[in-house]
Design a protein around this ligand. Structure first.
Ligand SMILES: NC(=O)c1ccc[n+]([C@@H]2O[C@H](COP(=O)([O-])OP(=O)(O)OC[C@H]3O[C@@H](n4cnc5c(N)ncnc54)[C@H](O)[C@@H]3O)[C@@H](O)[C@H]2O)c1
Ligand SMILES: O=CCCC(=O)O
Length: 496
């Protein structure tokens, strides 16, 4: 059933965006996309193959020759226009996000603003790319650097932020002068395709942005993007396992890589914290998108002196959540993306219960609402042998781990193989500095559970990957530094 949009032409079915045109898969095959809340068919999308993707890469390679010569100001204007169009169409984009991802409409609107803000941010960065003048070590030489776009970029994004993950990559790529082939997530392709339609309306030249879709051929297209000689860079957001596979594949042609991978965020509440602030932060961090963000709190460590009070206040807030279809008024939390996600969440809950954890809120699937719904859950008495201690749940389960000392909790937090985000709450300035410096993560929230901001560098350490998105650093991921050495420049001045 077609979604109700103010502008129905934003809903693109059975076509992908290649070389400025809407095209079908060469085979004519399509795959179905379903609403995670109702299970109903939303529409069908082209099942692209490696050959179809080659066409998109060829278009991007041709477009690069011209696009790289545009001035920063020209690229800035294109991105700004695209930003304006996203904002003008924000209600429709939010509708598509809720329809295919399930998050409540208010959250989807928040995502559209967040997604568009990357175009705004990078439209402001595009004209401000500077090289250096370097004092040469060789007499008579002069050394300068310029920054150049790396070339064609393959961008692969996940379903949890159908708009923001793609704009966070395309924004800096275009600002730098690169061209792109984006593989949209198979679960949520319609938002990406609508954004591509807005690129067209913004006047982005043909071939600069290409959006391809697939569900069953995902590994084949992943291999194409990571091995094709015309692709210079691959930026991936998704799980650590897939990131490792793509990195291996990309080694054959030594591509430049950015990897935004899985997290397992520690969230620490010290005895000296403001408890109400910490509760609010934990709710925001743990249950954003029903726990399906890479920066969601996964292990909540609470110091023993305040454990009971924190647990009681936190549980009280979670009991007040209203779970249901994201389009309904008053719904605070929607479904998970598919039933594999609810099964993983249920496994983590059962594992914790079996090992002595106490479920104080939720703990069950919600079959009355549909197969993808899970009750927001709070478990107390968590221990480090439980699965949640070492694996990312990616769902609405908050496990509260008691701890005694600062050293103990920092060691527990750092025991993870991944290191994306971490959070802690304290009012002691010395401790704040010490713990912020000790935690092995790429991003830290101190006395806040929300850290996402286009102005702030986003990325991880350890097996959460490498590279930074957003911020003044994001554009560098799409640039090469070229050094130009001018010889024979130190001759004496002519004339008397
Ligand atoms: N660090 C970040 O910025 C960030 C952001 C969002 C999600 N994530 C992580 O992503 C994971 C959740 O998403 P997921 O379960 O859908 O991840 P996933 O790795 O299975 O999928 C992510 C994307 O990769 C694609 N993909 C899967 N296999 C592929 C292959 N062989 N070749 C090419 N593409 C392939 C999928 O189609 C999807 O578009 C979590 O671990 C989460 O932490 C990280
Ligand atoms: O899920 C990953 C991205 C989340 C964010 O940008 O806040």
């Amino acid at each position: 059933m077609a979604p109700k949009l103010n502008d129905p032409s934003l809903f693109k079915t059975d076509v992908c965006y290649v070389n400025g045109e809407w095209v079908k898969a060469g085979s004519g095959k399509t795959f179905e996309v379903h609403d995670p809340a109702t299970g109903k068919l939303i529409g069908t999308c082209p099942e692209f193959t490696a050959k179809d993707t080659d066409n998109a890469i060829a278009a991007a390679a041709t477009a690069f020759r011209e696009f790289r010569t545009k001035t920063g100001r020209e690229r800035s204007k294109l991105l700004r226009k695209w930003y304006d169009l996203m904002m003008e169409n924000s209600d429709d984009l939010a509708t598509l996000i809720t329809l295919e991802n399930g998050k409540p409409l208010a959250d989807a609107k928040g995502e559209v603003n967040y997604a568009a803000s990357f175009f705004e941010w990078f439209s402001e960065e595009a004209p401000r790319v500077y090289g250096d003048t370097i004092p040469a070590g060789v007499p008579g030489n002069r050394v300068v650097t310029i920054k150049e776009p790396v070339g064609v970029c393959g961008l692969i994004t996940p379903w949890n932020f159908p708009a923001a993950m793609i704009t966070r990559k395309i924004g800096p790529a275009l600002a730098a002068g690169c061209t792109t082939v984006c593989k949209a997530p198979g679960e949520t392709p319609f938002t990406s395709l609508a954004i591509a339609e807005l690129a067209h309306r913004a006047g982005i030249p043909k071939g600069v942005v290409n959006v391809v879709t697939t569900l069953n051929n995902t590994p084949e297209i992943g291999e194409t993007l990571t091995t094709h000689p015309a692709v210079q860079k691959v930026s991936f957001t998704g799980s650590t396992g897939v990131g490792k596979l793509l990195m291996k594949q990309a080694s054959s042609t030594l591509k430049i890589l950015s990897m935004e991978l899985g997290g397992n965020a520690p969230f620490i509440v010290f005895d000296d914290a403001d408890i109400d602030t910490a509760v609010a932060g934990a709710i925001a961090s743990k249950f954003r998108s029903s726990g399906q963000t890479c920066v969601c709190a996964n292990r909540i460590y609470v110091q023993k002196g305040i454990y009971d009070e924190f647990a009681e206040k936190f549980a009280e807030k979670v009991r007040a959540f209203k779970v249901g279809n994201g389009f309904e008024e008053g719904i605070t939390h929607g479904p998970l993306i598919h039933d594999r996600a609810t099964s993983k969440v249920d496994d983590h809950v059962k594992d914790a219960e079996k090992k002595g954890g106490k479920v104080v809120v939720g703990g069950q699937k919600m079959p009355d609402l549909g197969s993808n719904f899970y009750q927001p859950t709070v478990i107390t008495g968590m221990t480090k042998d439980m699965a949640i201690a070492s694996e990312e749940t990616f769902g609405p389960v908050a496990g509260l781990f008691p701890f005694d000392t600062e050293k103990e909790v920092v060691d527990l937090a750092n025991a993870a193989e991944v290191g994306l985000a971490g959070y802690f709450f304290s009012r002691d300035l010395e401790r704040i500095t010490r713990v912020a410096e000790a935690l092995e993560v790429g991003m830290i929230g101190v006395n806040t559970g929300l850290i996402s901001d286009p102005a702030a560098p986003f990325g991880g350490v350890k097996q959460s990957g490498f590279g930074r998105e957003g911020s003044k650093y994001g554009i560098e991921e799409y640039q090469n530094i070229k050094t130009i050495t001018y010889g024979g420049m130190g001759k004496p001045m002519q004339g008397s």
